[in-house]
Structure formats: C-alpha cells, structure tokens
Design a protein around this ligand. Structure first.
Ligand SMILES: [Zn+2]
Length: 62
C-alpha cells in the first residue's frame, strides 16, 4: 500500500553551476569586491547566491 514512486511534483532544482561558487580572478578589482561582499554574507545563502550570479555575469566582461 506504500506509494513511493512519486516524489514532490515540482522539486526546486539548482544546477551544479549554481551551487559551485565562482572564483574571483586575481588582480581584478571588481572580482575582489564581489568576493569580499560574498565573505561578508556568510550567514545569508540567498545573498551569496546573488553575489555569485553577479560575479558570473561580471566574468563575461573580462
Ligand atoms: Zn573580474
């Protein structure tokens, strides 16, 4: 009588890319300031994610 075949209907998926934090590029001021901001948001994962997104977006301008 157990129904184990169906999980949650709409799991929230984060791609591995989103979970992995981008590394700031050495010598780039903007990367550095984004990385410092990220360090300051240790306790706030959603802010960190925002900063990671900003950093990835900024990487395209290198
Ligand atoms: Zn940079």
């Amino acid at each position: 009588m157990l129904e184990t075949t169906t999980g949650p209907a709409a799991p929230v998926f984060l791609s591995p890319e989103m979970l992995e934090e981008p590394e700031p590029v050495r010598g780039c001021d903007e990367c550095g300031s984004l990385a410092r901001g990220r360090d300051a948001e240790k306790d706030d994962p959603s802010r960190r994610t925002d900063l990671n997104i900003l950093m990835r977006r900024h990487f395209r301008k290198h």
